[in-house]
Every structure is written in C-alpha cells, then in structure tokens.
Design a protein around this ligand. Structure first.
Ligand code: GDP
Ligand code: MG
Length: 162
C-alpha cells in the first residue's frame, strides 16, 4: 500500500493545479470557480523513483462560515488518513482567517505538515511568502503550481518527510 499525501487548503488557492503538477497530468479539475473538486480524489504520483498517492480535496462551501467548517473537516480527515499533509495558501492574498483556523488544528496533528505558498510566480513575489512563517508551521515553501516554480524543492521535501 502506497503512502498518501493530502493536499488541503481554502478554495481557489491552486490545490488541483498543484496535484496536476505533481502527477504530471491534467486530471485534477482546475476551475476559476472555487469549490469544484468534489470530496477527495487520489492519484498515483512518481518522483525520484518513489511512488506515492496524492489526494486532492475540495467541495468546500462558499460562505465563510460553511467554508471554515468544511476546511476544518477536510483537515481532520487528512490527519486521520494521510501520511503527510500539504497545506496550500495563496501568496497573492496573504494569510486569511481560514488559513489560521486550519493551521491551528494542523499544528496539533501527529501527521507531518508542509506549508506551500502558491501563486508565487516571480522572484519579486517571493518576498510576500515570508509572512506565512506567521502560521507557525515551519518553513513556507514558495511555489507556482501553474508554472512549476519551486515545485521540485517542494517534492524533494515531501519525499524527505514521507
Ligand atoms: P483549488 O480550488 O484550490 O483546487 O484551485 P485550482 O487549482 O482550481 O486553481 C484556482 C485558480 O488559481 C485557477 O484559476 C488557477 O489557474 C489559478 N492558479 C493555480 N495555481 C496558480 C499559480 O501558481 N499562479 C497563478 N497566478 N495562478 C494559479
Ligand atoms: Mg480543486
């Protein structure tokens, strides 16, 4: 049985784009409309000769209250079922209340957590990622899932901790 990496985070931060980048295919549904990915979908991934499962999550509710509830639920499920969790945030937006809510519960998890700050498409944007140290989840990995920037380093770290 293969180890599982769960990708969690708010709607529209680029979880499905990151999953597609990791699996090297265009299978996870990427949408400009948040909350399109239904429940959890797992795909097989290969990096540096190691095979693992990557689990996309979504289907979160749109209103703030519902979103906070479902983000917490997704994190709870991931903590119970995944071997490693990648929390994805949006570097163009900065830390949101929902990010803080999920980070708080992930800090208490036994499961290892890696923080990815997505949509860091340029060197200039890299500076914005530093504020995510504030989530208390150790080093933020600045990435651009859309362009592949920083994703090799993130994958190396995933396999190091898996
Ligand atoms: P999800 O709801 O978290 O699964 O997010 P999606 O993967 O569906 O992406 C939401 C939106 O963000 C889409 O319009 C993507 O094209 C865009 N997006 C994803 N990754 C990046 C990135 O690295 N840079 C930029 N600029 N946009 C991105
Ligand atoms: Mg999605």
């Amino acid at each position: 049985i293969l180890p599982t990496v769960a990708i969690v985070g708010r709607p529209n931060v680029g979880k499905s784009t990151l999953v597609n980048r990791i699996i090297g295919r265009r299978e996870a549904v990427v949408e400009d409309v948040p909350g399109v990915t239904r429940d959890r979908v797992s795909y097989e991934a290969l990096w540096n000769g190691r095979t693992f499962m990557v689990q996309d999550t979504g289907g979160w509710e749109q209103d703030a209250k519902g979103m906070h509830r479902s983000i917490a639920q997704q994190a709870e499920i991931a903590m119970g079922t995944a071997d490693l969790i990648v929390l994805v945030c949006d570097g163009t937006v900065g830390i949101t209340a929902a990010d803080e809510t999920v980070a708080r519960s992930l800090r208490r998890a036994d499961t290892p957590v890696i923080l990815a700050v997505n949509k860091v498409d340029s060197d200039k944007a890299e500076l914005d990622a530093a504020e995510f140290w504030g989530l208390g989840l150790d080093q933020p990995y600045a990435i651009s899932a859309a362009h592949g920037r920083g994703t090799a380093d993130l994958l190396d770290e995933i396999l190091r901790q898996l």
